[in-house]
Design a binder for this molecule. Structure first.
Ligand code: SAH
Ligand code: SF4
Length: 402
């Protein structure tokens, strides 16, 4: 059971905490996000004898990813001079939570600052039987899906592996869930029992960093989540799909959203490069290659655009033969969005056709809408935050006559 997030007794819907920034010098190499091999090589490079390097890397790995320790001084199974050597050459650097909002439904949204002053958003969604952390892979997105607000933001940059796994580490800090030594909980009883790469960005356009970070998440001596509890969502970067199976092996979700190329070209423009037929070919091979369970087909419900009975029937025909579940996402509106959410009756009728064809068709309940944390809303909140900060600055400027 996922523990509910306490809201306290006051009937407030938001708990806005702004955490002051601290400036961190970045001269020393960061150990977070390195693969085990790279960590070993870094230690050798700093003078660790080769025959000791494997053991030292294992010890560090456990301190960093199992215990959540950030200070070399606290690593009591390492000799004092070795700890001093580490502190001189390295650091354990994670991104910084600069703001946290808690929705009335318990969803937490973190505004996270990464190097260069960029910001990404991370969302934690507690449910009865699991707790899902939705993490970002890029600042913004180069793709321009017409219903997605993140897609209207210009890409600033890819996140590093440290910044990707770091999102998990700081969410654990905030939730207070670093396990007591020797008492690693089972996946299903953890506060963060699942990770979804469904925040900002297209993960398959940042493949290596996403892979290295997810390897740490899955490592039995790292964050130690089963690969079946990690889901990567892609808009359909076809050439990287087989590679995802081979090199990561997590579950796959695909932003399908339309049943004809004509409509998908408009909604998910990457379809002009790799169309529905090419995408389905890659998806057919995925479960075999990764020995994984079903593929999740995400399908955003847009009124009068992709939500007819005919669409539902075409969808089940298209995916025939692929182990699948279909996740219907009621469109989350954002200011100026050119679409509307399908009516509830329409969503139910669509779900019914899909269900009768033999597919699970859960409708994704929008979570954290009051804090703009729902799918596809992630950009707007940051922008709104920026705007209001700018307004506040302007106002105070007027007041002081500056
Ligand atoms: N870039 C990746 C992962 C992030 S998006 C991808 O596109 O798959 C996570 C999911 O939210 C995707 O299925 C996306 O299509 C969907 N989404 C984006 N904007 C949305 C909106 N406004 N309402 C509902 N779902 C949205
Ligand atoms: Fe990028 Fe995904 Fe949004 Fe499309 S839906 S613009 S791929 S984040």
């Amino acid at each position: 059971m996922t523990a509910p997030i306490s809201q306290g007794s006051a009937p407030i819907t938001q708990d806005l905490v702004t955490i002051p920034r601290k400036s961190v010098p970045e001269a020393r190499a960061n150990l977070v996000g390195l693969t085990r091999d790279a960590l070993r090589a870094a230690l050798i490079g700093a003078g660790t004898p080769e025959r000791q390097a494997r053991m030292r890397a294992d010890q560090l790995w456990q301190w960093i990813y199992q215990k959540g320790v950030r200070d070399f001084e606290a690593m009591t199974n390492l000799a004092k001079p070795y700890r001093a050597m580490l502190a001189e050459n390295f650091e354990i650097r994670v991104p910084e939570i600069v703001q946290r909002q808690v929705s009335a439904d318990g969803t937490r949204k973190y505004l996270v600052r990464i190097a260069g002053g960029h910001e990404v958003e991370v969302v934690y969604i507690p449910e009865d039987s699991r707790g899902t952390l939705c993490i970002s892979s890029q600042v913004g997105c180069t793709l321009t899906c017409s219903f997605c607000h993140t897609g209207t933001q210009k890409l600033v940059r890819n996140l590093t592996a440290a910044e990707i796994i770091g999102q998990v580490m700081i969410a654990r800090d905030d939730l207070g869930e670093w396990p007591a030594p020797g008492r690693a909980p089972k996946d299903e009883t953890r506060l963060i029992s699942n990770i979804v790469l469904m925040g900002m960005g297209e993960p398959l356009y940042n493949f290596e960093a996403v892979r290295d970070a997810m390897k740490i998440a899955m490592d039995g001596e790292g964050i130690s989540l089963s690969r079946r509890r990690i889901t990567l969502s892609t808009s359909g970067v076809v050439p990287e799909i087989a590679r995802t199976a081979e090199e990561i092996g997590c579950l796959l979700a695909v932003s399908f959203h339309a049943t004809t190329d004509e409509v998908r070209d408009r909604l998910v423009p990457i379809n002009k490069r790799w169309n529905i037929a090419a995408l389905l070919d890659a998806l057919r091979a995925y479960p075999k290659l990764s020995n994984s369970e079903r593929i999740t087909f995400e399908y955003v419900m847009l009124k009068g655009v992709n939500d007819s009975d005919e669409d539902a029937r075409r969808l089940v025909r298209l995916i025939r033969g692929i182990p699948a579940k279909i996740n219907l996402i009621p469109f989350n509106e954002w200011p100026g969005a050119p679409y509307q959410r399908s009516d509830w009756a329409r969503i139910e009728a669509f779900a019914d056709i899909v269900y009768k064809a033999g597919y699970a068709s859960p409708v994704r309940t929008p979570r954290g809408e009051d804090i703009m944390a729902a799918c596809g809303q992630l950009k707007s909140a940051t922008e709104r935050g920026r705007k209001s900060r700018a307004q506040i600055a302007a106002e105070s400027g007027t007041q002081t006559g500056a």
